[in-house]
Design a protein. Structure first.
Length: 275
């Protein structure tokens, strides 16, 4: 797909809209929340390990853990948009308490979109986990399919559309100003979150073969998302990542070690090569 100059335009710079002190404080808050989420994820991953499926978790517990994961992985890349909206709120809200409450609604709406996708992720993990438990040899095909889908999605127009929104959302934020006041901030956050899901769901799919509690895989995906959205050459980088996923789709058919999230516990890795 041909990339035009608009696609390569730099993402929104919140520094142009916030004072240096406001910017430093807001970034420190977002970074602290993300860091705390990473600490919780690391602690949970140490106890759970990397296994296929939902690892025995019910929907409520899984969604809670998924929400913490999304905070850890997504807050660094969504921070510029959140800070820009906070600046817009600051022009309308008279007190700091109101500004904090409205910003919290924006973040809550954003996380609501990712929580909805978490239900889909739970279904995928439950289905693939059950299939691998019953037919261990299916793991390589599931893994190859996940990498193939994730790789191809990096090249489709919808990915490019959503990535453009996430990289330069100012036009959308101006449009949001026309929303009715009732729950406006929550709806704005959910709307932006939906675009973010549209941009990044393919990257999340690779956690099925790599392991949903694989901390190294989570960190790698978080870095990819951050670079895609904030680097000037993010769209080009996105397609490089897509090509890498396509290569992994082929290699995973012959190298089960690339699929730690699809290896049944206490099961020899070679069993995944059985027809």
């Amino acid at each position: 797909m041909r990339l035009d100059r608009k696609a390569l335009s730099p993402p929104l710079r919140p520094a142009n809209l916030l004072s240096a002190r406001q910017l430093a404080f807001a970034w420190s808050v977002m970074a602290s929340i993300a860091l705390l989420a990473w600490v919780l994820v690391l602690d949970q991953a140490r106890d759970m390990g990397v296994e296929p499926g939902t690892m025995g978790m019910g929907v409520p517990l899984f969604l809670l853990l998924w929400l913490v994961m999304m905070i850890a992985m997504m807050f660094p890349s969504v921070a510029p948009v959140a800070l820009t909206w906070a600046r817009a709120i600051g022009r309308q809200s008279p007190t700091g308490v109101v500004r904090v409450a409205r910003t919290a609604q924006f973040v809550g709406g954003y996380l609501l979109a990712w929580t909805a996708f978490g239900l889909i992720a739970y279904g995928l993990l439950a289905g693939t986990g059950a299939l691998v438990d019953e037919h261990p040899g299916a793991g390589r095909w599931i893994g190859a399919g996940a990498f193939l889908v994730a790789g191809l999605y990096q090249f489709v127009p919808w990915k490019d559309l959503c990535l453009r929104h996430c990289r330069s959302p100012m036009g959308q934020l101006v449009r949001y100003a026309g929303f009715r006041p009732r729950a406006r901030d929550l709806r704005v956050g959910a709307h932006h979150g939906a675009y973010c899901v549209g941009c990044c769901w393919g990257l999340m799919v690779v956690l099925v073969p790599l392991g949903v509690m694989n901390v190294l895989a989570m960190a790698a995906v978080a870095v990819v998302i951050f670079v895609e959205k904030l680097w000037r050459l993010g769209p080009v980088f996105s397609q490089v990542v897509g090509a890498a996923f396509l290569v992994l789709a082929v290699l995973s058919l012959f190298q089960p070690s690339l699929l730690p999230g699809l290896i049944p516990p206490q099961s020899p890795m070679t069993e995944m090569l059985r027809p």
